[in-house]
Write a protein that binds this ligand. Sequence first.
Ligand code: FES
Length: 155
Amino acid sequence: MALTDQQIAEITRLTSHYRQKSGAAVEALKMVQRTSRWVSDEDLGAVASLLDMSPDSLDGVATFHNLIYRQPVGRHVILVCDSVSCWIMGCRLLGDHLRRQLEVQWGGTTADDRFTLLPVVCLGACDHAPTVMVDEDLHGEVTPAKLDQALEGYR
Ligand code: FES
């Protein structure tokens, strides 16, 4: 999908805040992702050109950033923290529970396209471990039952 005129205008506006256009890379990728859920090679190439970057350099930025998706994802993305505090507090059980409930493996998307399940490094809320992020929403002190209830809210 090619960038829309509105997306091009927005990226141009974002770059005006930076001395180098590449400073707007993450924001530009996130903006594109808000529309398409993920960033295709075609979109990445178009954004790179607007930022005066090579596609490879921009892909490096996208790959480094956990919340930029370079493959199609479902309507909602569930990120399960598997760093040390969450590991100690039982994130593995949460992951097992989700994989069973949703019938997907890590990195997979449910058959109805509703959820994609991904592991993630520390979400920065270790004192609320175990943590799970659904889209932009952080859920702390999560149990399988609390998670099931929370996921009901994501259609
Ligand atoms: S280790 Fe999970 S939020 Fe920090």
